[in-house]
Write a protein that binds this ligand. Structure first.
Ligand SMILES: Cc1ncc(COP(=O)(O)O)c(C=O)c1O
Length: 461
């Protein structure tokens, strides 16, 4: 059969609240034109993030009831550890409450002034946790990954030549580890090929630098490898994931993504001394080594989710629904990062709104219009999120101005996706009337979460 169906039946539903256009305009103004500030109940289709928003399976809910809440050595921890070890093959598995807690611990131990951490592209919390220690987070993405309009199978790949020259320039002693983010969230959810992970490892091995995977979407990455890379068609997704991790000396993970859970994560590694230091810090900041900021029931949900996420029917449905939305947008002329990544559609805001300069945040303008037009919540990944300023207060924009529509796992059906498409096409039709924005408040770090805006030409001059 040609039709790919949702590979699940729905046992429990959550009603969504409908609002009018006028209500939404008012609510968004009150939220300072920052969709993070909206009440979720005022959102019709929430594509803010795919993180922690998955629908859990009946088996995960059953696991919740079986959670062992012992402080030390709980049965749930050992189940969690077994599943993570089966997939990653890594020696030490340290549970954390989410991805950034793993990053905080890891970089507190290995970061610091004068240190450099290369990555294909750092996610914002990874970058923030590195910079918080005064180390430098460096992106070494392959050139094709920086061009939204280029279609290539593995646009998340690391630039291996640049990696080697970077190591020579900065000195291996100043690079405590290198990361690869699979899939590359900040660069459009684009996958990384097995060959690229292997080649990165070969270079790093020469210099004695460990490789860590930011493994949030390892299963989606494994699916792309199976579909797009020669030699992997007959392998199972578990085998592919195992091979990806076989090149890694460690990993950070937010189980809120490919763990199919609402909370959870881990930090994993092979190095004895590093593990000891991280575990000691975990005890101070998260909790004992067998729960790390999670309840036993959360560990059960993550363990079960990690088993389910490598199901081929699930990944086929997931990747196809994102691809379907992408295909329809491209055929209507809407500029997006092509081909669509695994977990989200990324609109290329520079091409969508060429009339709005980067200083006026074209991505934010699209985000606001999507909410007003159809109650859809998306997120800007551009100058609001990553913009820096020189000493004259001039914006140093990031290479891309994107709007991300992240699709929660197992939450929305085909008709929800069709509705999103309809709203997007409507906003695209009206793009000539969209206005730029000006920031009126910003926090010193991760400003996008709490920034306040005014619409230029309406609220602001
Ligand atoms: C690639 C990547 N790394 C790290 C994180 C941080 O994970 P968490 O939100 O669980 O702290 C995220 C979250 O979106 C991510 O996408």
């Amino acid at each position: 059969m040609k039709t790919i169906i949702e590979p699940f039946k729905i046992k429990s539903v959550e009603p969504i609240r409908f609002t009018t256009r006028e209500e939404r305009s008012e609510l968004l103004k009150k939220a300072g034109y920052n969709t993070f500030m909206l009440h979720a109940d005022d959102v019709l289709i929430d594509l803010l993030t795919d993180s922690g928003t998955s629908a859990m399976s009946s088996m995960q809910w059953a696991g919740i009831m079986q959670g062992d809440e012992s402080y030390a050595g709980s049965k749930s921890f050992y189940r969690f550890e077994d599943v993570v070890k089966k997939i990653t093959g890594l020696k030490y598995i340290i549970p954390t409450h989410q991805g950034r807690a793993s990053e905080k611990i890891l970089f507190f131990v290995v970061g610091g002034e004068g240190k450099y951490i290369p990555n294909n592209t750092h996610f914002d919390t990874t970058r923030a946790n590195i910079e918080f220690t005064n180390a430098e987070a460096v992106d070494l993405l392959n050139e094709e990954g920086k061009h939204p309009e280029i279609r290539a199978p593995f646009k998340g790949n690391m630039d291996i030549e640049k990696l080697e020259s970077f190591i020579k320039e900065k000195g291996k002693e100043n690079i405590p580890l290198c990361m690869i983010t699979v899939t590359n969230n900040s660069g459009g959810g684009q996958p990384v090929s097995m060959q690229n992970i292997r080649e990165a490892k070969e270079v790093l091995k020469k210099y004695g630098i460990p490789l860590f995977l930011d493994a949030c979407r390892f299963a989606e990455n494994a699916y792309f490898i199976k579909k797009r890379e020669k030699g992997y068609q007959d392998k199972t997704l578990l085998e592919i994931a195992q091979e990806m991790f076989s090149y890694a000396d460690g990993a950070t993970m937010s189980a809120k993504k490919d763990g199919l859970a609402n909370i959870g994560g881990f930090l994993a590694m092979n190095d004895d001394e590093l593990a000891m230091k991280c575990r000691n810090l975990l005890i101070v900041t998260e909790g004992f080594t067998t729960y790390g900021g999670l309840a036993g029931r959360d560990l059960e949900a993550v363990a079960q989710g990690l088993e389910e996420v490598l199901d081929e029917h699930y990944l086929q449905y997931r990747i196809r629904s994102v691809e379907y939305l992408g295909e329809k947008l491209v055929s209507a002329g809407v500029p997006i990062i092509e081909p669509p990544g695994g977990h989200a559609i990324y609109i290329d805001a520079k091409r969508f709104l060429p009339n709005i300069p980067q200083e006026q945040f074209p991505g934010q303008s699209i985000v606001c219009s999507l909410y007003i037009e159809g109650g859809i919540r998306a997120v800007e990944i551009g100058s609001v999120m990553f913009g820096k300023y020189d000493k004259n207060g001039q914006l140093i924009p990031p290479p891309m101005e994107l709007v991300r529509l992240a699709i929660p796992r197992r939450v929305y059906t085909q008709s929800h996706i069709d509705y999103v498409l309809e709203v997007l096409l409507e906003v695209y039709k009206k793009r000539g009337s969209l206005k730029g924005y000006k920031i009126t408040y910003q926090a010193p770090m991760l400003r996008h979460f709490t920034a306040q805006f005014e619409e230029i030409g309406r609220d602001a001059k």
